[in-house]
Write a protein that binds this ligand. Structure first.
Ligand SMILES: C[S@@+](CC[C@H](N)C(=O)[O-])C[C@H]1O[C@@H](n2cnc3c(N)ncnc32)[C@H](O)[C@@H]1O
Length: 455
């Protein structure tokens, strides 16, 4: 950002720099000493609950380096505040006003670092993840697992905090998102000027590569540990040949984003949209890497696995914490949402469906279908929670975030059933926090953060 230019984040804050004009001023004064100043944009009680949890777990310097809900301690700005204040514009100029409003109202919650790249439905609020990791007692040197990682929010946030992570996910496209968003947290941005100028050539080279590979299967290795099999060698473009794997993965994600975005826009082709989307991606990566250098952040090591959470390819007692959010019964069809990207990647969507939690279960009528799906869902969740317990070290937390979806379950509350399943897998519920879900597209009214501990 140039000297006097006002940043996107500053504009979004409209002059509010701390919580002091917030909703629960009296309560906040009772809870926190004057040395600990909360961030603005805290509107819900669960956020206060998480801030309180952080305050109890972390000393002052740790709140500064790892806290999620604080603006400053003893007058020193937190890393979270500084990283978020660099957040560049999150949405394209032509995006719907509601989308723009959402990002403006959530500067500290969602779009910072690389979290805002590619809109993945049903992803975690990264700020909430940061606080949960703190409350679980995870710090640099520890390792966290997300067995159903989606677009990798837990892995990204852990890396930012210097915590190691292993993320597991069934969808190869979600694995690509995770790898792309984590891989550029520590990157050399000097080539970005050239990438911006050559955006259209890059698009053409990527398109040609995808054309070459049409009909061939999975671009991602079976275990997603090895670099993406899609490599510059597939492409005619010299432009791609010189780039490191992490940038290649970012550009691939950007390409797939433009393709999906163009499907929703009748009058634009992916090639028209690519330069803008790429510009936003590079801005976000540059902004975070600027913060990383300025704050001297040591990014945590991350590994990505492609696999089934019911049978994790991990050793017994090998992680210090588990944090995840399973599908909320069958609320979202993740495969259908990502079909254009999965098909371009050569994935047989219907093969994948057979292993997806929440998407299996047939019946002759709606009632039988719901009953069959629920049975499958709870059988799957029993296996997943046992796997989480198996790989977790004793005395460590496994935190599950789940929406209270009674609409599609004939009245059964998911959170209660998951508590039973967790406890029978050796995970004892310690406490829970309820979060009201905002947003018009959600059929669920609330979400539960269930903090289990392995006995
Ligand atoms: C609620 S989303 C997780 C979102 C994630 N917390 C994030 O921040 O992006 C649930 C994820 O579970 C994945 N999933 C479904 N069945 C799976 C399985 N058997 N093994 C691993 N992942 C699975 C879905 O692809 C989906 O990405």
């Amino acid at each position: 950002m140039l000297g006097s230019e006002v940043s996107y984040a500053e504009k979004s804050l409209k002059g509010r720099t701390s919580y002091s004009e917030g909703r629960f001023t009296g309560v906040v004064k009772e809870l926190f000493p004057p040395s600990h100043v909360l961030l603005p944009q805290i509107n819900q009680i669960y956020e206060l609950d998480l801030a309180w949890g952080e305050y109890n777990k972390l000393d002052g310097p740790a709140v500064i380096s790892r806290g999620a809900y604080f603006r400053s301690v003893e007058g020193l700005d937190t890393h979270h505040y500084k990283i978020c204040m660099r957040t560049p514009d999150q949405v394209n100029a032509s995006a719907r006003q509601s989308r723009k409003n959402f990002f403006a109202a959530n500067v500290f919650a969602v779009g910072y670092a690389t979290h805002g790249l590619f809109p993945y439905r049903g992803k975690f609020h990264p700020q909430m993840v940061k606080a949960i990791l703190n409350i679980m007692g995870l710090a640099p040197g520890k390792k966290v697992l997300d067995p159903m990682a989606g677009c990798g929010t837990v892995g990204i946030e852990a890396s930012i905090m210097g915590i190691d992570s292993v993320t597991n996910e069934l969808s190869p496209f979600a694995c690509l998102m995770t790898r792309a968003k984590i891989g550029v947290l520590e990157t050399d941005c000097r080539a970005f000027g050239r990438l911006r100028v050559e955006a259209r050539e890059i698009f053409d080279a990527l398109e040609k590569t995808f054309d070459h590979r049409r009909g061939r299967r999975n671009l991602i290795d079976e275990d997603a540990q090895a670099p993406l099999r899609f490599s510059a060698a597939d492409s005619d473009g010299k432009i791609l040949a010189s780039l490191p794997q992490s940038l290649l993965e970012l550009l691939t994600l950007c390409f797939l984003d433009s393709v999906g975005y163009a499907e929703r826009r009748a009058n634009k082709t992916p090639r028209d949209l690519f330069p803008d989307v790429l510009g936003r991606y590079l801005d976000a990566v540059e902004a975070f890497n600027g913060s990383r250098r300025e704050l001297g952040l040591k990014v945590g090591k991350a590994s990505t696995l492609r696999g089934d959470a019911r049978h994790l390819k991990l050793e017994d007692v090998s992680v210090d914490g588990v944090l995840f959010s399973p599908p909320y019964s069958f609320a979202i069809d993740y495969l259908e949402n990502d079909r254009p990207q999965l098909e371009l990647m050569g994935v047989e969507v219907d093969d994948l469906r057979a292993e997806m939690v929440g998407l299996r279960g047939e019946g002759r009528n709606e009632e039988q279908r719901v009953a069959a799906r629920l049975r499958e869902y709870f059988d799957d969740m029993r296996l997943i929670l046992s796997e989480c317990s198996r790989v977790l070290r004793s005395g460590c937390y496994c935190t599950v975030v789940v929406g209270s979806n009674t609409n599609q379950t004939g009245g059964i509350t998911l959170e209660d059933r998951l508590i039973e399943l967790g406890e029978s897998a050796g995970l004892k519920l310690q406490f829970q926090i309820m979060r009201e879900i905002e947003g018009i597209r959600n059929t669920m009214r609330e979400e539960y953060l269930l903090f289990f501990k392995k006995e």
